[in-house]
Design a protein around this ligand. Structure first.
Ligand code: ATP
Ligand code: ZN
Length: 293
């Protein structure tokens, strides 16, 4: 099927059918108002209110499907896309599914730096990324490709060391391995095909991105409300790094005002202390569903 002269407008989006990325991707899609059901049972689901079809795939297949234009967009880990070497555009990093591709070797052994890997055998499910990393370092290794349970390869004497995905490092430690270096910091990305898309689809992608950016911004922000003496308003304005000037509403009580604004989540606790010191009280923080700037 030649999809390069694509005149349909329904966007086809690939997501992981069942795995670590599925729930968060589904929440993101639902969070930006894309409504669908039965994704657990079907390979393809139509959405009700946005012109989108979801294709549920193994994550390893997503970059190629997007490269070939079978899907227009895909949600997949950077680790998978870069290992696949698929020719796709990365539209957004999505701040979930975070992990790193790391070198690890037996804690009690004598491999401690990437240079110590010279002449060694390395087990991994990421042969391309591993090979490139060691080539850049000028280190010769032999790769054993393994698709799962890579961390037990040294105990089984299948390999001297491994390259594997790590999030907390607990699995490595439980297997007597020590993390030595990181090849790639990974997160889920939104990728797009490089095939030519119809104007209708391009427009839909623009809309889709506005929603995603709004959702991401909202996740990082909190709506705060507080009461304060009117005399403290100038001090409070100086403390709150809000996106616009805060809303200040007079209260029935004499000389008191309510202040509403949006602040970055990571500044909330710092700012809160400072706000209390100005005489602010009844400070309420609320999550935000979406924010279109
Ligand atoms: P599939 O059946 O779709 O092939 P899988 O078993 O290959 O699934 P998962 O284990 O569900 O994949 O992981 C999917 C993605 O989650 C990884 O490719 C990676 O981007 C991300 N991830 C985050 N933390 C970890 C981790 N600790 N280990 C493995 N993957 C992680
Ligand atoms: Zn996979």
């Amino acid at each position: 099927m030649n999809r390069t002269k694509d005149s349909s407008t329904s966007l086809r989006i690939a997501i992981q059918k069942s795995g670590r990325l599925t729930d968060k991707t589904v929440s993101l899609l639902q969070g930006i108002g894309i409504d669908f059901d039965n994704y657990k049972r079907n390979l393809m689901v139509k959405t009700r209110n946005f012109d989108v079809e979801l294709l549920l795939l193994r994550d390893d297949d997503i970059p190629e499907y997007v490269q070939d234009g079978v899907c227009d967009l895909g949600f997949v880990g950077a680790n998978v896309t870069y290992e696949s070497r698929a020719d796709v555009k990365v539209l957004r990093g999505l701040n979930y599914g975070k992990c790193r591709l790391s070198l690890a070797a037996p804690k009690n052994g004598n491999i401690k730096t990437p240079q110590d890997f010279d002449g060694k055998t390395v087990a991994t499910s990421y042969p391309n990324l591993t090979r490139s990393f060691f080539e850049e370092q000028g280190v010769n290794i032999k790769i054993v490709g393994i698709s799962g349970a890579v961390e037990i390869a040294p105990q089984l004497e299948v390999a001297d060391a491994i390259v594997d995905l790590v999030s907390t490092g607990g699995t490595l430690r439980a297997n007597g391995l020590e993390e030595l270096d990181t090849i790639l910091e990974s997160e889920t990305q939104l990728i797009q095909t490089n095939m030519e898309l119809s104007p209708g689809k391009k427009q839909l992608i623009e809309k889709f991105l506005v929603r995603i950016d709004g959702y991401q911004q909202a996740k990082k922000s909190r709506y705060i409300m507080l009461n304060a003496p009117e005399s403290a308003v100038e001090d409070i304005k100086a403390i709150i790094p809000s996106m616009r000037s805060p809303t200040v509403v007079p209260l029935a009580e004499d000389d008191m005002v309510a202040i509403h604004t949006v602040i970055p989540l990571n500044e909330f606790w710092v700012v809160m202390e400072e706000l209390k010191a100005t005489g602010a009280s009844d400070i309420v923080m609320l999550p935000i569903e979406s924010m279109i700037l």
